[in-house]
Design a protein around this ligand. Sequence first.
Ligand code: NAD
Ligand code: TDX
Length: 379
Amino acid sequence: MTQERDATRMHDKSRTTAQRGSRRYARLLVTGGAGFIGSCFVRDVLGRRDGTHITVLDKLTYAGNRSNLAPVEADPEQAARLRFVVGDIADPEIVEPLVAEADAVVNFAAESHVDRSILEPVDFLRTDVLGVHVLLEACRKEQARARAGGRAATPRMLQVSTDEVYGSVETGESVEDDRLEPRSPYSAAKAAGELLVRSYFITYGLDVVVTRGSNTYGPYHYPEKLIPLFVTNAIDDQQLPLYGDGRQRRDWLYVADHAGAIGHVLEHAGAGETYNIPGGNERANREVVATLLELLGKPWSLVRSVEDRPGHDWRYAMTGDKLAALGWKNKMSFEVGLAATVDWYLANQGWWRPIKSGEWEEYYRRQYATRLAGSRDAG
Ligand code: NAD
Ligand code: TDX
């Protein structure tokens, strides 16, 4: 109860700053900017050609790929406004000088795959919790510097969180003040990360905002996740391992809409606020897979029903009223976005084929070999 009262108080307090109008940040630190959504954000912000400078800090884990930024690195005007630093957000020595130069920090860096969190949770705690703490501490140092007159303003920090922190939503839609009930090591780590962010607003008055995006899809998506895994497997006529009965439901958000909404929240939200970013496209997994197969002209017989994910969240759904009131509207429809995504994977096999080798093969065996051996017809 106390926790709920605190959450309400924070919400009321921050409401006073919610209508602060817009602010452009000239120097951004984008952590995890070589990943799927972070690289889209970097490509789109630099593509505006409005003079914004971006430093990307990325550890280049298995999921990070510098070639996701190739389009901006090939454009001299955009490349001149991009700096790429390879490093860990959990390392204060690397983080502090970069935060000292930034007007805002947008934290995409995370271990992001639920199945990997079930196999090996420890990296999720290091990056998604301790890494967030290191970023917050660096911002707190800059707050002290700003208060002492050493810089104009404290950097704003935007924490990219997820709809998974609400847990499985059997009916209705999650609103921002709902209780967090994460159920996987991944979502528990993400929830811990954003609770730390909230605590730095309440305790230190740090300028922070949080977004909770829904299931994102689109080009440059690492092929461990449902849509890119099934598209790339289907192109090669490989089996598609559907967990359980495949009736679980997700709300799909196109990557450029997710990145655009994050930019909008960064520039318009009041300090301490949290915003859901729903896609508005709730579908059962089976429906998504059927549409993908139709787009590729491949048969349903590729789909195999395999042993379910332990603790599998049945459904995610969020309301987007608060984000709409801030003036954001998604642009991409699911049908057009999915067709564009399938086309991208067909046209960019040079991007994903090298990824599906080396470490990938070991992961794939661990995650799917036994499942596929015991699989059934998916009906
Ligand atoms: P991703 O796995 O594609 O990319 C993560 C990036 O972070 C990679 O480039 C990786 O190298 C980097 N990274 C990992 N650990 C790091 C560390 N310790 N220091 C620096 N860099 C590190 O992830 P994504 O799908 O682009 O997700 C980005 C963010 O959005 C994550 O915070 C995720 O929790 C959140 N999110 C994702 C989705 C989705 O559907 N993909 C939906 C909602 C929220
Ligand atoms: O092989 C599979 N078979 C299958 O049936 C995989 C990889 C997934 N699935 C199911 C599980 C989910 O119900 O498809 C659905 C989507 O799975 P993922 O693509 O792994 O995404 P999800 O677990 O929903 O989490 C995603 O959305 C929220 C992202 O990976 C997270 O980073 C984000 O926070």
